[in-house]
Design a protein around this ligand. Structure first.
Ligand code: BEZ
Ligand code: FE
Length: 309
């Protein structure tokens, strides 16, 4: 097809009416976005000469995606959640906000309301044979001052890559805690080394990824929200550095600054001193928070979150 149907007067008029541009009421910004999205879709369909059967296959795919509650899984898989980060990073860079710990995606598996503890917490409450991991660090501002009373909200998968709440075999809030930093801005935790998450192999997201010749695996990682009054909320993750998917994350969340050294301890004296009888691992990770900036969009994302009963 060589005719440009999308830009023809009748289709332009159709799309204007679709977006309510010929009506006085409604939300102006939404109208302009709907106008752009529908015309971009028409242009794509025209360019690729999409058949009605292909189109309705896509509609049925999206219907099943929603029914399976996997929209939040496909969005990062298509790089859109990372693109939101790219846009926010650029706004902060232009406003001169530098030096903070890099953000990376939240993902769809956060659960609000994890137990709040002072300075230190143990996250693994379900019995599981995992390698013990200790993490400690400090929350600071960009001038290296400690941030006391910051809340480090941490969550991660178990050794099978499953997250409590979404994985009914785990107890409520297993591997999820909120830790308030002490007067010197420090936090520490004990947990077990997670495994990487994988999309459900027979799921709707994986179906599209497979059709794109892609896998649906994430490297092992640990999520954090870090917040304190007067600072921009940080949403980030750290990666477990020896994971084979470290630089091949289906959700595009790996950032070089977020790959701390994983130190393995095998010395019997050290093991005993920790009250353990097997080798363990440690990570040191400090967070740097940017100060609040009134001219920038709020980094606190309005997003529906589950809350365990
Ligand atoms: C995760 O954090 O584990 C995750 C992120 C994006 C998609 C699926 C899972
Ligand atoms: Fe995750």
């Amino acid at each position: 097809m060589t005719v440009n149907l999308t830009d023809s007067p009748p289709v332009k008029q159709l799309l204007d009416r679709v977006a309510g541009l010929d009506q006085p009421g409604g939300n102006d910004r939404l109208k302009r976005i709907v106008r752009r999205v529908t015309s971009d879709l028409c242009r794509t369909m025209e360019e690729f000469d999409v058949t009605p059967s292909e189109f309705w296959t896509a509609v049925s795919y999206l219907t099943r995606l929603g029914q399976a509650n996997e929209v939040g899984l496909l969005v990062p898989g298509l790089g859109i959640e990372t693109f939101l980060d790219v846009m926010m990073d650029e706004k902060e860079r232009r406003a001169g906000l530098t030096g903070g710990t890099p953000r990376t995606i939240e993902g769809p598996l956060y659960v609000a309301g994890a137990p709040l503890e002072n300075n230190e917490a143990r996250l693994d409450q379900d019995p599981e044979q995992g390698e013990v991991l200790f993490i400690d660090g400090q929350v600071r501002d960009t001038a290296s001052n400690p941030v006391a009373g910051a809340i480090v909200d941490v969550w991660h998968a178990n050794t099978k890559g499953g997250y409590s709440f979404f994985d009914p075999s785990q107890s409520a809030y297993n591997l999820r805690r909120r830790i308030e930093t002490d007067a010197a801005g420090n936090y520490r935790l004990r947990t077990i080394l997670p495994s990487g998450y994988g999309c459900p192999p027979n799921g709707v997201t994986q179906q599209l990824l497979t059709a794109l010749g892609r896998h649906g695996n994430r490297p092992a990682h640990i999520h954090f929200f870090v917040e304190a009054p007067g600072y921009r909320k940080l949403t980030t993750q750290i990666n477990i550095s020896d994971d084979p998917y470290l630089h091949d994350d289906f959700a595009f969340a790996t950032r070089d600054e977020l790959i701390p050294d994983l130190v393995r301890h095998t010395d019997p004296g050290e093991i005993k001193a920790r009250g353990l009888n097997e080798p363990f691992a440690t990570i040191r990770f400090d967070f740097t928070l940017n100060s609040e900036a009134a001219q920038l969009p709020d980094p606190v994302v309005m997003r529906e979150h589950a809350e365990a009963a």
